[in-house]
Design a protein. Structure first.
Ligand code: PAF
Length: 295
């Protein structure tokens, strides 16, 4: 009998679901002297995630992507059940991107029965999204700590789109002495300026046009503050009014913060970030940009 022809498509992506299988593969690479990167995701992958994979690949030989929709970072009222899930579609994208391994654990693997440990990062988790998403950053910090301990990568890549999350993860890695470099990767945007997000799938065609205003508004604020650093209050009030006029139902926050500590600023006298969360229909959008001082 003839052997079936090898598919002309990408080689199938290797998928593991247990920590011991993940460790066995990673140890094999380490034994061969190869560096390892981890790109944690909740799936519903888009170009933003694939950019994280490419940046990670620039740093090391092997890239692991984890796919886990983490229940502990969703409040009971949030979209855990509705969150888009398509493991087969995600695996095809990752195979094409040349990812070496997909780690797709179950909830019971990540949170074994009797699990009693949580990681929380004080102060950085308190402001911005913190009050609007109680428990969210503790859920993120806990699952990311577990993923880093399971994989023990040299580098782990996260998008700047979730800027507060990125600062929380940098801090937990530092405070827990985890031997990993946390790599922040610039936000990938649609031509309209809308930041790519798995949750953009919830937007209607009309809402997508309105959503693009977020980047225009915060970009405009950052440009104004670069020239007039003391105008934080005026720029914030104008930005909030512009978002509400564009059709956003609520602006949860629109703040100018210290880029590292995330403490709100009234004058931009150090590296700063404009950060926003606003609701459009049933979608919650977040975004942020740096304030680049005028030279
Ligand atoms: O940014 C995300 O997709 C998630 O918060 C993360 C970092 C994968 C943790 O579940």
């Amino acid at each position: 009998m003839r052997k079936p022809k090898a598919s002309a498509k990408e080689p199938p992506l290797r998928i593991v679901r247990t920590v011991s299988d993940l460790r066995a593969v990673v140890q094999g690479w380490r034994g061969a002297g190869e560096g390892v990167a981890l790109v944690p995701t909740m799936g519903a992958l888009h170009e933003g995630h694939l950019t994280l994979v490419r940046r990670a690949r620039e740093r090391v030989r092997r890239v692991v992507v984890s796919l886990f929709v983490n229940p502990t970072q969703f409040a009971p009222s949030e979209d855990f059940t509705a969150y888009p899930r398509d493991e087969a579609g995600d695996a095809a994208k990752l195979a094409e991107a040349g990812v070496d391994l997909l780690f797709a654990p179950s909830v019971a693997t990540m949170y074994p029965p009797g699990d009693a440990t949580a990681v929380s990062v004080a102060r950085l988790s308190a402001g911005l999204c913190g009050p609007w998403r109680p428990g969210h950053f503790q859920g993120v910090a806990t699952v990311v700590t577990k993923l880093l301990a399971q994989c023990l990568p040299d580098v782990a890549a996260f998008g700047e789109k979730d800027y507060q999350q990125l600062q929380v993860i940098k801090r937990l890695a530092r405070d827990l002495h985890l031997p990993v470099e946390i790599l922040g990767v610039a936000t990938v945007r649609e031509p309209s300026g809308l930041a790519l997000s798995s949750r953009n799938a919830y937007l209607s065609v009309d809402e997508r046009k309105i959503a693009a205003r977020v980047y225009q508004v915060i970009g405009g604020m950052a440009a104004r503050l670069a020239k007039a650093p003391a105008e934080v209050a005026k720029a914030s009030a104008a930005g909030r009014a512009a978002l509400l006029a564009a059709g956003f139902a609520t602006v949860e926050y629109l703040e100018v913060c210290d880029a590292k500590t995330l403490q709100p600023l009234t004058v931009v006298d150090r590296p700063a970030r404009v950060l926003v969360a606003a609701r459009l229909g049933k979608t919650r959008l977040i975004d942020n940009v740096p304030v680049v001082p005028a030279t």
